[in-house]
Design a protein around this ligand. Sequence first.
Ligand code: AMP
Ligand code: MG
Length: 341
Amino acid sequence: MTIVINMREPDERKMRIAANLIREGKLVAFPTETVYGLGADALNENAVRRIFQAKGRPPDNPLIIHIADFEQLYRLARDVPKEARILAEKFWPGPLTFVLPKREDVPYVTTGGLDTVAVRMPANEIALSLIRMSGRPIAAPSANISGKPSPTSAEHVADDFYGRIECIINGGETEIGVESTVLDLTSRPPVLLRPGGLPVEEIEKVIGKVEIHPAVKGYAVDTAKAPGMKYRHYAPNARVIVVEGRENRVHEKIIELIDEYRRKGLRVGVMATGRFYDADAWVDLGRSEEEVARNLFKALRELDKENVDVILAEGIEERGLGLAVMNRLKKAAGYKTIMLK
Ligand code: AMP
Ligand code: MG
């Protein structure tokens, strides 16, 4: 049975129900500013194991632990460098995750067998209140079946987990729409393992040069350092093709491809960034990087419901939030992109 709790801001009485479930080792999906998380007590091995089971997530794909005050970081991680303090001061709560050496208390189930742990403080009052009231650090990957687009609303979570987890907190649509930026602080210079809600350019303004892991842009896909990156992700049922390059060329090419696929008898969907396309289904993600990020996962889920066979997606520039957007799009496409000069 799944309890659905509607809450636009923290409500002490309702929150108590969810917090108690966390304390009992149960699964609670909750909103963050990035996407919805599927949460459990991060230090309770059995509870964490249930997250992996529910999602069908490979056991070597580590989880992010969510905390509500900075001091909690020291109970989960060792050798916290000064960069962590400086970045946290500037960007926490917010969409930035640190990878640091783990303390013994953190079970290997949570870290996917690694000696490092990923930690962040989410910028969402409901999430923060759940963590505080439960008194536990909360491990939470995105609340979607493994491999499916991340959920940006409680309805998406319910589509994947209704009846299979104890509680869903409905806090409305998430603001950012892509997951957090993951920064490995165990190397020097720090390494960007996953682009996300906080652009790497913002991080570099504060701590200087950050190395970009090659997998971020789609190279060297299976690597031990960044476990999550080797799995196909965000994949709708349809085949996704990303078309990138000069705007006008992209526009023309997509019109050409719509025609080509339709002549083969396929249903074609388009994800556009501010332009109309005459296809079987069409979603406009918006013009700005922020809008595109916010609408991306919802669009993938919507196009699936339209039963299209092919999704043609307009690429955007890989800067600011665009790097996170393109990383998700390329993964959804299984790295099938058409680059026009
Ligand atoms: P999700 O919460 O579903 O967005 O997935 C969390 C992602 O964070 C993983 O897939 C990894 O890419 C990354 N991550 C978590 N823990 C670690 C770690 N210890 N080392 C490297 N990457 C990590
Ligand atoms: Mg995920």
